[in-house]
Write a protein that binds this ligand. Structure first.
Ligand code: GUN
Length: 281
């Protein structure tokens, strides 16, 4: 193995420590509310981890849990109450939602100034327009990792694998904003391996275990693996075949311990920014 391992866990810990210091100096506790609907077990783990990290960093954090058969009206009423609550700076509706609820309607109901997921169309539009706003946590975390690793982005060829609203699209916008030449490759891309091979920076966010093989990677490329896939034997693996990729890449994020911890740290960063912006007006 030749690639440098990019330790997202350590970068996230140091970011959380810096955020905790800034929160301690504020004189109030920024408020975060995570809304969970139903009993998806993976969501349960994510929500608990977010809540715990927020509390450890000094935020006023709580989870609101609605039953699996909650109506869309009930969820929208909950969101409206949080929008109106002056103690709440950040609102996160954990996805996926049960089928009777429109994800689009739930996202659009969150006040854009409290939208710490950065999923509201207003924030997505701001990002696409190159304007300041709240940015989705996972792509923001990837940018932190690239910055910490000293990756030169200006003029670099970046390939983003996946076009989701949560990761792929905002990731491409952030890399474009950092002066990369950006390609978004996806399930309909004609020769996906050839596109990946052109990348100086490859970000994989497709949710398919080990899809990116070693011979998809240019020697010395920086590989960021956003995938978190659970194998039948219980192991967590990324979208990149790690051992093969690490033999070719210049640097690579592991799974677990790469991008995952950054997502939560950036949620806290977004919540602090939302609190500062909202309370300044
Ligand atoms: N489900 C999986 N990832 C995310 C995320 O980043 N935010 C929310 N709200 N739900 C998710």
């Amino acid at each position: 193995m030749s690639a440098r391992i990019l330790d997202g866990k350590a970068i996230a810990a140091s970011l959380r420590a810096r955020l905790a210091e800034r929160v301690a100096a504020l004189g109030y506790r920024p408020g975060l509310r995570v809304v969970r609907v139903g009993d998806d077990p993976a969501s349960g783990v994510y929500v608990r981890n977010k809540d715990r990290a927020a509390q450890e960093a000094g935020f006023d954090s709580a989870t609101l849990h609605l039953p699996a058969d909650a109506t869309q009206a009930a969820l929208l009423a909950t969101i409206a109450r949080l929008n109106a609550d002056p103690a709440v700076d950040g609102i996160l509706v954990q996805l996926p939602l049960p089928p009777q609820i429109s994800t689009e309607a739930a996202i659009a109901a969150v006040d854009p100034v409290k939208d710490v997921d950065g999923f509201h169309p207003l924030n997505a539009g701001r990002l696409a327009a190159g304007q300041p706003g709240l940015v989705p946590c996972t792509p923001r975390g990837v940018m932190h990792i690239l910055a910490e690793a000293g990756v030169a982005l200006r003029g670099a060829r970046a390939v983003v694998l996946g076009r989701s609203q949560i990761v792929g699209r905002p990731m491409a916008q952030l890399l474009l904003g950092a002066d990369c030449t950006v390609t978004i490759a996806h399930s309909r891309t004609r020769d996906i391996a050839a596109e990946c091979r052109r990348a100086d920076v490859l970000v994989a966010a497709v949710g398919r275990a080990g899809m990116v093989r070693g011979d998809w990677i240019a020697p010395g490329a920086v590989v960021v693996d956003v995938g978190i896939n659970r194998l039948p034997d219980g192991r967590l693996v990324g979208d990149v075949a790690f051992d093969e990729a690490a033999a070719v890449a210049g640097a690579i994020t592991p799974v677990p311990g790469g991008v995952g911890p950054m997502t939560i740290a950036c949620l806290l960063e977004n919540t602090l920014e939302a609190a500062l912006a909202r309370r300044a007006t």
